[in-house]
Design a protein around this ligand. Structure first.
Ligand code: BDR
Ligand code: CA
Length: 315
């Protein structure tokens, strides 16, 4: 078998977003991954702008034929609230990049995901790094999706520590809690939750930024342009979506604790919180809700080194 034949087939569902674009660059440069398609969802920005940004990132990575499809334009029930305050008006840190040379495909991101899952039964990995609206809609279009996909790796939630959108909720889950609940109760063959407990161990600091600057590659320059605003404001940047991408490509980057995870849909202060049932030994708990592999301890040094290498910089 050739190395080519063993490459992991990956679809990304995302809302680019600075760190989404970085995750695309990361996977695009991973020799073990074949990026099959990208779908965008309402989240950090509206999905049309997200699709433009995904196309920009693919161009930067010299992947000019990977299709990008636009998905859900709002959460299932609640109104949308974008995150331009963090990701900039253009979603890419106000980096003022030229428009992409291609347009998104005509099929929707939801149709694209279902079509590709049927085309590659049991072989396709889904990296979901935005709100889970598209994935929830795909589940209603194709109830066998959990069997058809090889695995789902989700960036979302905060099981042990605080949220970032509210004291309890992380942005991707808080943006569409109903969708997240549908996805977390589905019986996937294998599902991984890369929440803030893990991503808080994946911090790009000023020293890491300087190492990126040494790279001189087009990808590193693109990354630095997107990161500039946030690095100047905070002296660091949490690599949420790239960590989820890294864990998909190399699960040994983290340890895991299998737990059933529910989303709080009603709490006055806690709507959007991810509640893990930690009584993992109780059979009845697992029977009522499947376990998700919650990422716990991250090998931060190895992840950050790989991240920089994927962008053409020294580790
Ligand atoms: C998540 O929210 C978004 O702002 C990021 O792109 C990431 O997917 C982190 O909470
Ligand atoms: Ca995202």
């Amino acid at each position: 078998m050739t190395g080519q034949a063993e490459r992991r087939l990956v679809v990304i569902d995302c809302d680019p977003g600075i760190d989404d674009a970085l995750a695309i660059l990361y996977l695009a440069a991973d020799p073990g991954v074949e990026l099959v398609a990208i779908g965008t969802v309402d989240g950090n920005v509206e999905p049309e702008l997200g699709a433009e940004n995904a196309l920009r990132a693919l161009e930067m990575a010299d992947l000019r034929s990977v299709p990008v499809a636009v998905g859900a334009r709002s959460p299932l029930l609640q109104p949308s609230r974008h995150a331009e305050y963090f990701h900039g008006q253009d979603g890419l840190g106000d980096s003022a990049l030229p428009p992409p040379g291609r347009s998104p495909s005509t099929e929707s991101a939801v149709e694209q995901l279902v079509r590709l899952a049927r085309l590659h039964p049991g072989a396709l990995s889904l990296l979901a790094i935005g709100p889970l609206t598209n994935v929830a809609l795909a589940l209603s279009l194709e109830p066998d999706l959990p069997e058809l996909l090889r695995e789902v790796v989700i960036m979302g939630g905060a099981v042990f520590g605080p949220g970032n959108e509210s004291p309890w909720a992380e942005f991707n889950i808080a943006h569409d809690p109903e969708a997240a609940e549908i996805v977390l109760r589905a019986r996937w063959r294998h599902s991984v939750l890369v929440g803030l407990d893990a991503t808080r161990q994946a911090i790009l600091d000023l020293e890491g930024e300087s190492k990126l600057a040494e790279a001189g590659s087009a990808q590193a320059r693109f990354a630095l342009a997107m990161l500039n605003q946030q690095m100047r404001a905070n002296s660091q940047f949490e690599l949420c979506d790239p960590l989820a991408a890294g864990i998909l490509a190399d699960p040994s980057l983290a340890t895991y604790r299998p737990m059933p995870v529910s989303v709080e849909l009603e709490g006055r202060h806690t709507r959007g919180a991810t509640i893990a049932d930690r009584r993992v030994t109780l059979a009845e708990v697992v029977e009522t809700r499947p376990q998700v592999q919650v990422a716990m301890q991250v090998d931060s040094r190895r992840f950050l080194g790989t991240f920089r290498r994927r962008l053409g910089a020294p580790e």
